[in-house]
Design a protein around this ligand. Structure first.
Ligand code: NAI
Length: 348
């Protein structure tokens, strides 16, 4: 089987090549992102392997189908960058639904601890022999209320970590976990009562700009916002205004609405054109990381393992256990496919 791997960094190559030792597939690694312009580079491949910021809209899908590609293997959990409706019936899509929820949940907590206790600023100060504490005041997490939006695998992991810190948890999810040992509330209650809000829901039409200028009016003044899910869950301009007015006391963002233009690359020698991103970075109570929450050794190994399992099942015409299609509303809820059958049969 031939696979073209798009948007490849050295670490992707390292982990995918190691896993491929057991399979011996023909891998073509490309640094370019998958876009309508680069899709034709996959001609002759059975599958493409793609990542979070690839542009897999209708135009890209048409070029892939035209080039004879039958499978898009996402090496990530989210698939909001794939036009699933357009792909249906033409090209199968698989993903890695679960690799290390711990990696993302632990990064969310790392961001919260850093933002709150300002260790990033202290580190720079002491290196400059500045031992002043002024401006480094934080608050106890113990006893504070954390609002968790989305209680899937990552959200639940994050809840467990927060409870280890003695935080009170409020959760919101349209599909609550039955018999949960934490409290579910409606979204408005969560927004009004949380000292910290962490987003762990997928990006869908419904969750796009979940935090916007209207919903931000409900927030407890000084709330800390964490987003390790998808950038467009937050209206960036509304966040900037809320930070300026101190309605929001801090924000830690591992994802950003327009990240596909900037993240994962070194722009340190150039002028960033995205004014909103630069404004956000300029706040001393904002931390931005470059979509790195998933970036642990365990997660990369698991992503490679499941990606090859997906490819093997496709190659052997077996049921694709990690196939997704547009009929999986909200990531797998209400699936229509028959057990052991693909979501559809490609009609040539
Ligand atoms: P999951 O599918 O296990 O859980 C998502 C949860 O969100 C589900 O319980 C679902 O019912 C809930 N949900 C759906 N619509 C909602 C809404 N309108 N409001 C509130 N909750 C809603 O997914 P998982 O593995 O926990 O991942 C969550 C998100 O984390 C992914 O969608 C992805 O965007 C993001 N992610 C980020 C990574 C990073 O490196 N920063 C890495 C992996 C995932």
């Amino acid at each position: 089987m031939k696979i073209t791997v798009f948007d490849t960094k050295p670490h992707d190559r390292q982990y995918l090549e190691k896993e491929n030792e057991a399979y011996g597939y023909e891998l073509k690694f490309l640094e370019s992102r998958l876009t309508p312009d680069t899709a034709r580079l996959a001609a002759g491949s059975d599958a493409v392997c793609a990542f979070v910021n690839d542009d897999i809209g209708a135009a890209t899908i048409d070029v892939l189908v035209e080039a004879g590609v039958k499978l898009i293997a996402m090496r990530c959990a989210g698939f909001n960058n794939v036009d699933m409706r357009h792909a249906y019936g033409k090209i199968h899509v698989v993903r890695v639904p679960k690799y290390s929820p711990y990696a993302i949940a632990e990064h969310a907590m790392a961001l919260l601890l850093t933002l709150n206790r300002k260790t990033h600023r202290a580190y720079i100060r002491t290196r400059d022999h500045n031992f002043s504490l002024t401006g480094l005041l934080g608050f106890d997490l113990h006893g504070k209320t954390v609002g968790v939006v989305g209680t899937g695998q990552i959200g639940r992991c994050f809840i467990n970590i927060c409870r280890g810190f003695g935080m009170h948890v409020l959760a919101y999810d349209p599909y609550p976990v039955p018999n949960a040992d934490y409290e579910y509330v409606d979204l408005e209650t969560l927004l009004r009562h949380s000292d910290v809000i962490s987003l762990h829901c997928p990006l869908t039409a419904e969750t796009n700009h979940l935090l916007n200028s209207e919903t931000m009016k409900l927030l407890k003044p000084g709330v800390v916002i964490l987003n390790t899910s998808r950038g467009a869950l937050i209206d960036s301009q509304a966040l900037i205004e809320a930070l300026k007015s101190s309605r929001v006391g801090g924000a830690a963002l591992d994802v950003y609405e327009e990240e596909s233009e900037v993240f994962f690359e070194d722009w340190s020698d150039q002028v960033i054109q995205d004014d909103q991103l630069v404004r956000l970075i300029s706040f001393n109570n904002v931390i931005i990381t470059s979509h790195q929450a998933f970036f642990t050794r365990e997660a990369l190994a698991k992503i490679a393992e499941v990606t090859f399992l997906n490819l093997k099942q496709f190659n052997a015409h077996e049921a694709l256990e990690n196939e997704i299609c547009y009929r999986c509303p909200e990531y797998g809820k209400g699936c229509h496919k028959e057990k052991g059958k693909p979501c559809f049969v490609i009609r040539n």
